[in-house]
Design a protein around this ligand. Structure first.
Ligand code: 5GP
Length: 140
């Protein structure tokens, strides 16, 4: 497996070198909205510690990410009146991974509404801001 690249786009967001619509942050994890949401509210949850994916993350960091994934799912259900939540996590190119800092997709779902295809739609910053505010309010 390739080495972790500290200049990947999510490492830059964690360092604050690039912006993101953050919904949750603590000392070990960060959650922000996906810029190409497959459904409204599509959120990514990351460990702050460097890890390429499930194959190299420390188990304690993974456990913390799982706790935050659950928090976000519960908040999304409330914020978007979701009927369900889809969780996805991809590992290495063959596994569908595009950005090589571990992240978990948390996606609110409505009955009968299909996910948009991956990377098919870039959301407006204003809409992402509104959706981030809804999730933050539901987390409060
Ligand atoms: P994966 O690596 O799990 O296949 O997908 C990476 C995800 O990151 C995609 O859903 C894509 O839309 C999202 N993404 C890629 N670049 C950025 C970015 O600069 N900011 C944010 N917020 N999301 C991104």
């Amino acid at each position: 497996m390739a080495e972790y690249d500290p200049d990947n786009i999510f490492a830059k967001i964690i360092r604050g070198d690039l912006p993101a619509h953050k919904v949750y942050e603590d000392d070990k994890a960060l959650a922000f909205l996906d810029i190409m949401p497959r459904a409204p509210g599509h959120t990514l949850v990351l460990p702050k510690a460097p890890a390429r994916n499930i194959l190299d993350i420390k188990p304690d960091d993974l456990a913390h990410v799982a706790r935050i994934v659950q928090k976000i799912a519960v908040a999304q259900k409330k914020a978007f009146k979701a009927d369900g939540i889809t969780i996805q996590q991809f590992n290495e190119q063959a596994g569908g991974q595009v950005v090589f800092h571990l992240h978990v997709h948390v996606i609110p779902r409505k009955n009968g509404v299909s996910l948009r295809p991956p990377a098919s739609f870039k959301e407006e910053a204003e809409v992402l801001g509104d959706h981030a505010a809804l999730i933050k309010a539901a987390l409060a």
